[in-house]
Design a protein around this ligand. Structure first.
Ligand code: F6P
Length: 522
């Protein structure tokens, strides 16, 4: 394994970063081919990277870095089912969950297992939606509460919000992750126990937050009149450890499986997507899978230079490792994507927040960035001040939706305002406003308001903040699936270049073991 710092492309990028670079406003004004060269479209998603601090020489060196890092070889090893999660000796095959019937590089046996569980999960989702799943009083379920945390919450919750326009008119889906009692009570206080189904989502079925919520929910059912021997009628389990869920009394016919080669933060595509399938229907869930699969095919078969996940990964590496920017601001301009940043936070930071290379030696490069953000329009009134005039330099990734379908008479007006702001923010961050332009602006103000140097300084903008825009043609299951897979593969490519394992998470265990030790002492 060659460490990244020993690659010729890495050393070339270090040289390029050390040279004075043109300001983004000059790159935008003096490079007529820029907009076209740095625009890329795949699976209904368009990237506009023209405001990244890139020159043709840097772009070429970045693609060389991907080539020299054997990104394609590492990618093919993942799709083949090699045990690339070496510290847990596991394959990484969330891509198989969305591979459809045609057996992929992972083989027909896995495709058959996946198809069978997808069928079971989809049938149960449709049964709930049809009102044929009933509780202890034989009344149809109207409320489904997903109890899960981390990857057992973030993906389903994000997707249910993003596809809220497809939500079932009668069956409501709720999500509880936190072990704080209020998190559960604020949901249960409005529900009818006779018509409530709890889905306990946990890959390991040992997560204390989820098991605490599950025990509390079962006690609530009983206190609300459910006979103890009928509690299991109000439960479903989603897990990779069915022996544990069976031991805890969950009915096998209400237990939906996935496998240890699916990482929690990559598990939305599996039976863990049951809450989403109940919310939007099995067909829409399959469209999400199809969108993810289409992005997989793009990732597998497109040359690295035109490969959307690869380009996103390379731009992030240029900003992180060569421009020395430790964080990544990720903002969405569609409010249905409010939970997309928290979802990506786990995917990126739990995958790439690592301090050793795959061979166990200390990391010789900076690894995963601090991913933060949320909704961009709110950010404009909250933390964008720091982005525009703060001392930190923070790269910004914007996600927007081109097609507006909200059934409001003035939806077009909203949409125009939102997308215009997204474009304007990226432009302002890139260009800034020089002291000369600021002084001229102030001098054009009211008489006597002439520019003094103090106000000119306060109201100037350095600019040169690297940003990129990702535009979804529309926000529907297929495009959401493609977007999620895009970010999964971006994280994969960065890990492949940094030579770290993106698929274990040993860093979460110390806190858990300390909590257990404290529990025993108190
Ligand atoms: O945060 C650690 C972690 O293991 C995540 O990777 C996982 O998504 C979450 O906890 C929940 O784990 P489980 O699905 O096993 O309850």
């Amino acid at each position: 394994m060659q460490l990244p710092i020993h690659l010729a492309a890495w050393q070339r990028l270090s040289q390029l970063a050390a040279e004075p670079q043109p300001h983004l406003r000059d790159l935008l004004d003096q490079d007529p081919s820029r907009a076209e060269r740095l625009r890329l479209n795949a699976v209904g998603i368009t990237l506009d990277a023209s405001r990244q601090r890139l020159t043709p020489a840097i772009e070429q060196a970045l693609v060389d870095l991907a080539e020299q890092s054997d990104v394609a070889g590492q990618r093919d090893a993942m799709f083949r089912g090699d045990p690339i999660n070496a510290t847990e000796n596991r394959a990484v095959l969330h891509v198989a969950l969305r591979g459809g019937q045609a057996p992929g590089p992972w083989g027909a046996a896995i495709s058959a297992d996946v198809g069978r569980e997808l069928e079971r999960m989809g049938d149960f989702a449709e049964a709930v939606r049809a009102g044929s799943v009933t509780g202890h009083t034989d009344e149809a379920i109207t409320d489904v509460v997903n109890l899960g945390i981390g990857g057992s919450n973030l993906g389903p919750h994000m997707a249910c919000d993003a596809l809220e326009d497809l939500a079932h008119p009668r069956v409501r889906v709720h999500h509880v992750s936190n072990a704080d009692a209020w998190a559960l009570w604020r949901v249960l206080k409005a529900l009818d126990a006779r018509r409530t189904l709890f889905i306990v989502s946990s890959k390991t079925f040992t997560t204390q937050e989820t098991l605490t919520n599950a025990a509390s929910a079962q006690r609530w059912l009983i206190d609300q009149g459910c006979p103890p021997d009928r509690v299991s009628d109000h439960l479903a389990a989603i897990t990779a450890t069915p022996a544990e869920s069976a031991r805890l009394g969950y009915r096998p016919d209400r237990t939906f499986l996935f496998w240890d080669w699916v990482g929690g933060r990559y598990s939305l595509w599996s039976s863990l997507g049951l809450p989403l399938a109940i919310a939007v229907g099995a067909q829409a869930f399959r469209e999400l899978l199809a969108g993810g699969h289409a992005m997989d095919e793009h990732f597998r078969h497109t040359p690295l230079s035109d490969n959307l996940p690869v380009r996103l990964a390379l731009h992030g590496i240029w900003n992180r490792n060569f421009l020395g920017m430790p964080s990544q601001l990720l903002v969405s301009y569609a409010s249905r994507l409010a939970r997309f940043t928290p979802f990506v936070q786990q995917m990126d930071m739990e995958s790439n927040g690592k301090h050793t290379h795959t061979d166990g030696t200390p990391a010789t490069v900076d690894t995963g960035p601090i991913v933060w953000g949320g909704l961009g329009m709110d950010g404009q009134h909250a933390y964008f001040q720091l982005i525009h005039q703060g001392r930190h330099k923070v790269p910004v990734e914007f996600i927007g939706v081109l097609d507006e379908d909200t059934p409001l008479p003035l939806a077009g007006t909203h949409h125009r305002l939102v997308n215009l702001n997204m474009r304007a923010q990226a432009e302002a961050m890139a260009r800034g406003r020089s002291p000369d332009d600021t002084r001229a602006m102030l001098n054009r103000g009211a008489p006597g308001d002439g520019a003094d140097e103090t106000m000119t300084a306060h109201r100037s903008f350095e600019g040169n903040v690297p940003t990129q825009l990702l535009w979804l043609d529309r926000l529907d299951p297929r495009h959401l699936g493609a977007l999620i897979a895009l970010y999964e593969h971006k994280v994969f490519v960065q890990a492949a270049i940094w030579r770290i394992n993106a698929f274990d998470q040993w860093g979460v265990e110390l806190g858990k073991s300390m909590a257990k030790a404290l529990e025993q002492r108190h």
